[in-house]
Ligand binder design. Structure first.
Ligand code: NDP
Length: 334
């Protein structure tokens, strides 16, 4: 069953973001788990001050007192409807699939775009692509003294496909292009992107984007259109023995289809950072499968220093009556 509903309320128009009066500080409600609050308790007020925003940040504001909500999953708010004065909800996470489906959310929603997050993802993707491209495991796991030279092909001979060409996907695709890989990208809307070998878009572009790939990287958001993107049929399209990297979201993959494709040899290796259920349950077959690498959702961390600056910049913009950055399209789901 789909976890991503079709019907969502329209967000309140961003036009309601009139300039705030200068008479009192903006009141920012921080709604997230305790450990996240610990990381932002000092950094966020500092970033706001550096951005020239007069503001107070607290975990304890009534709905009537709240001008802005800074949000991370696992906080206290489940019903956003009493926060009628809140000018926007600013997500500390780049992926917003957990909040975008909340039917009580009518405030504009902005997501996290943070240079630290992008850099982290580029490093994770590049590292794991190179691991498989160079066949590093063969050397690292050697148990006997065997001298068997089998040099890997050059990157130029290893086609890579990146699904999703947003903030993270495009940065990864360009980094891989810089290393020499012929990179094919796939996105929802047409792109004039000439730095990649090929770009396909829309539903019809998915099969040509996947066909012949030796490494596939999933970096689309989880929406009703991308859930189970890699199902049994799509897993058959890349080259036999291909490597699948999923730092996007667990539900982009049909788990049972992936396990079958691994057992049958169509997928040579899967390196997974995101899962339908996190933490990945101890008895999940991914843990013990010899050709699955599990990393515990660490591909890219939101870094408090840079993320707090991104949040502060959006509050500054809103307070000044300027359009917010990185607003989520509620209907598209990302
Ligand atoms: P963006 O919104 O910037 O980019 C999303 C990309 O996916 C866009 O290119 C978009 O197309 C494309 N896309 C969305 N829906 C479709 C569709 N139906 N068909 C084809 N393409 C589609 O997101 P980010 O790059 O910032 O982040 C991507 C995801 O990475 C996040 O949603 C999150 O789930 C995950 N993530 C994982 C982290 C980790 O540590 N593992 C950390 C941070 C994020 P278009 O360009 O046309 O809009």
């Amino acid at each position: 069953m789909s976890t991503v509903p079709d019907d969502l309320p329209e967000a309140r128009p961003a036009a309601l973001l009139r300039p705030a009066g200068r008479s009192r500080p903006a009141r920012v409600l921080f709604d997230g788990p305790e450990r996240v609050w610990e990381a932002y308790r000092d950094t966020l007020p500092r970033a706001l001050a550096e951005a020239g925003v007069l503001a107070t940040v607290s975990r304890d504001l009534s709905p009537e007192e709240t001008d802005w909500i800074v949000y991370a999953p696992g906080g206290r708010i489940t019903d956003f409807s009493p926060y009628r004065q809140a000018r926007a909800v600013l997500s500390l996470w780049a992926g917003v699939e957990l909040i975008v489906v909340n039917p009580t959310l009518t405030q504009p929603l902005a997501r996290m775009v943070d240079p630290g997050l992008t850099q982290g993802m580029v490093e994770w993707v590049t590292g794991h692509v190179l691991r498989h491209h160079l066949g590093l495991d063969r050397h690292i796991r050697r148990t006997e003294p065997r001298w068997e030279p089998s040099p890997p092909p050059l990157a130029t001979e290893r086609p890579v496909t990146v699904l999703g060409l947003g903030e993270l996907g495009l940065a990864c695709a360009l980094a891989l292009t810089g290393l020499g890989f012929p990179v094919t990208g796939w996105a929802r809307s047409p792109k004039d992107e000439r730095r990649l070998a090929r770009v396909f878009t829309g539903r019809d572009g998915l099969a040509p984007a996947l066909t012949g790939a030796e490494i596939v990287v999933l970096l689309t958001p989880l929406t009703r259109l991308t859930e189970n993107l890699m199902d049994a049929e799509r897993l058959r399209l890349p080259r036999r023995g291909f490597v699948l990297l999923n730092p996007g979201r667990g539900a982009l993959i049909d788990d049972a289809a992936l396990l079958a494709a691994l057992d049958e040899g169509q997928v040579g290796h899967a390196t997974l950072d995101t899962f339908r259920q996190e933490p990945l349950p101890p008895d999940h077959p991914f843990w013990s499968h010899p050709r699955v690498t599990v990393t515990p959702h660490i591909a890219a961390e939101t870094r408090p220093e840079t993320a707090a600056r991104a949040i502060a910049e959006n509050i500054r913009r809103g307070q000044a009556g300027e359009p917010l950055l990185h607003l989520v399209d509620r209907r598209a789901g990302y």
